[in-house]
Design a protein around this ligand. Structure first.
Ligand SMILES: [Zn+2]
Length: 116
């Protein structure tokens, strides 16, 4: 472990707090979606509301929640703060700015350069 426990603890607290926020946002919008669906059509309605959820304004929240969940799982596995590509330590400043960063700046920039 290259990071101090207190730093990890702090980031974990931040992530959990943000997760609660996001879940509240998503639960709220989910209810709005559900209210506009015919509830009796079962799986179809669920799929439809998931599609709506994915394509609506909450898309970024869903993505962020996924990122937070994977960051929390990296904390559980003592892998948090290490780049998933090169294994180098991610700068604490970077983690404070975006707590769910999975890559160091070098790898992140490389990834972005290779995106279409
Ligand atoms: Zn890296």
């Amino acid at each position: 472990m290259s990071k101090t426990n207190s730093f990890i603890e702090k980031m974990k607290k931040n992530l959990l707090a943000r997760k609660v926020e996001l879940q509240a946002i998503l639960t709220g919008s989910n209810q709005i979606v559900n209210d506009t669906q015919v509830k009796d059509s079962g799986d179809e309605a669920l799929t439809a509301s998931m599609d709506n959820l994915q394509s609506s304004l909450t898309h970024t929240e869903v993505e962020e929640l996924n990122e937070i969940n994977s960051a929390l799982s990296r904390i559980e596995h003592n892998e948090y703060g290490l780049c998933i590509d090169c294994g180098e330590t991610i700068a604490e400043k970077r983690l404070e700015h975006s707590p769910f960063s999975a890559r160091c700046i070098v790898c992140q920039e490389e990834l972005e350069q290779h995106q279409p």
